[in-house]
Write a protein that binds this ligand. Structure first.
Ligand SMILES: NC(=O)C1=CN([C@@H]2O[C@H](COP(=O)(O)OP(=O)(O)OC[C@H]3O[C@@H](n4cnc5c(N)ncnc54)[C@H](OP(=O)(O)O)[C@@H]3O)[C@@H](O)[C@H]2O)C=CC1
Ligand SMILES: O=C(O)C(=O)Cc1c[nH]c2ccccc12
Length: 400
């Protein structure tokens, strides 16, 4: 259709969409669309993959569970179904996403990848070009592609020489695929820790690279979630004091992690999260496996060899596979054109945002607040409120 016309040298006309264009049908995009629908505003959700919450569906491992209690991960206007456990599984979370979209009549346009979105000052609106050759135009653009859109795969010397498998955690499903293998896990964030634990449980032998400091907290303290306790304390106490409390409790419940090769940062967990975006590791069992020697901690990785890896301390070791638990990044810089002042050059939302969570020119972002799904809910409600206020504003338009 579009491409045939282009082949004839014809430019396909832009389609005006009355409501906001939302890029991404993950939890944040769905939340924004639902909040808009709730105040009677239509929206167009564009999604590159063929399903909602595609990262949850296709780029996570089988055993994944939320590690924050469900009340902190609910989307606005419709909570988790009755009977879900405190820490819902991946399958439960995905089914919640599907029923959430259905409940608000959100029907994303799947297989529609946004190649470029740019504000056109002449018409006072956003032009959004998609891979299928289409162009949509709207007064509002909502960026909901998230902080984890693409895997980060660093280059190591000798990487192409290594004869075994190299997989990023986004393609890791289950430790059974590595049964009996000696596996190097590069990175010790929540992914590195949980994948190492999963490998252990399936009879693989994980070696986890820890190049830096890492803050490990227990998932719960005396039956209460560490996250919930932190949020509650922050209402009454200064951040530094809450951080001190968390560090003391972690020490009490987990012991001295430095002795295990997990050196603790000087900065407290919440302050570090606010300063750098680095999330504390919530321990779901990996620490016990490190203590018992089933997960080995390795210092920095220097290079890969044909059969394994060399480390900064000079040791060399054979490995069957290498798993990159090296994190994720935003893809906003690849498609959002022009400096709109809302994002850093890495595509993360500036903190604090200029003028709060909303940008100029009808540009919004949802779920980039470093506060997980809790932040996304807040953003989505605010976006709907703001668009509603401006919905009837007259605007001079000169569509071509
Ligand atoms: N159950 C759950 O709810 C889970 C939630 N998550 C969440 O998903 C998000 C992503 O987590 P994750 O995938 O762990 O990513 P992170 O960015 O949190 O961690 C990446 C890790 O890789 C290390 N790393 C990066 N580059 C290199 C390198 N060149 N050499 C050695 N190490 C390197 C980092 O070390 P350094 O610190 O030195 O840079 C860090 O330890 C987080 O928000 C996390 O909380 C993840 C898993 C499970
Ligand atoms: O997992 C996430 O996304 C988090 O943000 C976890 C987190 C942020 N700050 C905290 C303080 C105490 C415990 C968990 C967290």
């Amino acid at each position: 259709m579009g491409s045939a016309r282009e082949a004839e040298g014809e430019i396909s006309p832009a389609t005006w969409t009355p409501g906001p264009i939302i890029v991404g049908a993950g939890p944040s995009g769905l939340a924004a669309a639902a909040c808009l629908a709730d105040v009677g505003i239509p929206s167009t959700v564009l999604e590159k993959s063929s399903c909602v919450a595609s990262l949850w569906q296709h780029r996570t491992y089988d055993r994944l569970r939320l590690h924050l209690p469900k009340q902190f991960c609910e989307l606005p206007l419709m909570g988790f179904p009755e009977g879900f456990p405190k820490y819902p599984s991946k399958q439960q979370f995905v089914s919640y996403m599907e029923s959430y979209a259905a409940a608000f009549g959100v029907r994303p346009r799947f297989r529609t990848e946004v190649l470029a979105a740019e504000f056109d000052g002449a018409i006072g609106a956003w032009r959004v070009r998609t891979r299928d050759g289409g162009e949509l135009v709207s007064r509002w653009l909502v960026v909901a592609t998230g902080e984890n859109a693409e895997p980060v795969i660093p280059e190591f010397p000798g990487m192409d020489r290594f004869g075994g498998r190299v997989v990023h955690t986004c393609a890791y499903k289950c430790g059974a695929d590595f049964k009996g293998e000696k596996v190097l896990v590069v990175g010790c964030g929540n992914s590195g820790m949980e994948v190492s634990l999963d490998l252990c449980r399936h009879g693989a032998r994980p070696y986890m690279v820890v190049r830096n400091t890492v803050r490990v907290l227990p998932r719960e303290m005396l039956g209460l979630s560490t996250f919930g306790v932190s949020m509650a304390l922050l209402r009454w106490l200064p951040l530094r004091l809450v951080d001190q409390f968390l560090c003391a409790m972690a020490h009490l419940l987990l012991g001295d992690t430095d002795r295990l090769g997990l050196r603790r940062p000087k900065t407290g967990p919440i302050e570090l999260k606010n300063l750098t975006g680095k999330t504390p590791v919530l321990d779901v069992g990996a620490l016990a496996q490190i203590k018992s020697g089933n997960i080995k901690v390795m210092q920095g990785l220097k290079e890969m060899t044909t059969g394994g890896a060399k480390f900064v301390d000079g040791t060399e070791m054979q490995f069957d596979s290498i798993i990159m638990a090296t994190g994720y990044k935003s893809n906003v810089p690849s498609w959002l054109k022009g400096d709109c002042g809302l994002f850093t050059k890495e595509g993360m939302a500036k903190d604090p945002f200029p003028g709060g969570w909303k940008g100029e020119k009808g540009l919004y972002c949802v779920g980039f607040t470093r506060r997980g799904l809790l932040g996304a809910s807040h953003d989505a409600l605010n976006i709907a409120r703001d668009v509603l206020l401006r919905w009837k504003e007259p605007r001079h338009m000169a569509m071509r």
